[in-house]
Design a protein around this ligand. Structure first.
Ligand code: SF4
Length: 202
């Protein structure tokens, strides 16, 4: 992982790390917490609620019994098998669902399935950080940096590297950064360019 390289090569280890939702996977969040790095990263929610059906949060996880309790008070259990190296499935009993008055708001299948990330505890921890002052401060700092990259991409057409290899990438990126910094400097020292009247108006 990049953080390990940074630690080994530069003797730098962050106390916290910020990134966008694409990095908010259970695996990465758990790894960061295992390294004692606080993740200021929004959790990647894979199960958005949809069209009036029960949302995921309406199924309560009971850690002691390792079951989910559905809105009708029935239990969803797991065999413990890990699927795709990522989730355990918790299933309701079809006989419970068959006679349930809430079924229309719950599932179109004969039973309900909830997939729980094997790193759900890490995801919950990351969720609990959102909204704290530290989290918001990190997010704002991240957005400032990302804006510079977005600007390079949109305003300067810097969408891909044309030179090959690490040296090529470094040189090309340095040139782009020099252009961006010169532009920022000119804007601050001289101000934005004045608009010339168009030929039609002249
Ligand atoms: S359909 Fe099944 S899982 Fe859904 S609320 Fe009813 S009993 Fe619970």
């Amino acid at each position: 992982m990049r953080s390990i390289c940074t630690e080994r090569r530069l003797d730098l280890k962050p106390d916290w790390l910020t990134a966008d939702t694409a990095y908010g996977t259970g695996k990465l969040l758990a790894w960061l917490l295992g390294q004692s790095i606080t993740p200021h990263i929004p959790v990647w929610e894979r199960y958005p609620s949809s069209d009036g059906m029960f949302s995921r949060s309406e199924f309560i996880y009971d850690a002691e019994r390792n079951v989910y309790v559905c809105p009708n008070g029935k239990l969803l259990r797991t065999s413990g098998t890990v699927h795709d190296g990522r989730v355990r499935n918790y299933l309701s009993q079809p006989q419970d669902c068959r006679t349930c008055t809430l079924k229309q708001r719950c599932t179109r299948a004969p039973f309900k399935k909830i997939a729980r990330d094997i790193n759900e505890d890490a995801r919950n921890h990351a969720r609990s950080l959102k909204g704290t002052q530290e989290f918001e401060r990190s997010s704002n700092a991240r957005k400032k940096v990302e804006m510079r990259f977005a600007h390079l991409k949109v305003q300067h057409g810097f969408e891909r590297l044309r030179l090959r290899g690490l040296t090529g990438a470094r040189d090309e990126f340095h040139l782009a950064a020099i252009v961006q910094n010169l532009k920022t400097m000119a804007l601050r020292l001289i101000g934005p360019p004045t608009r010339r009247p168009s030929a039609a108006m002249a």
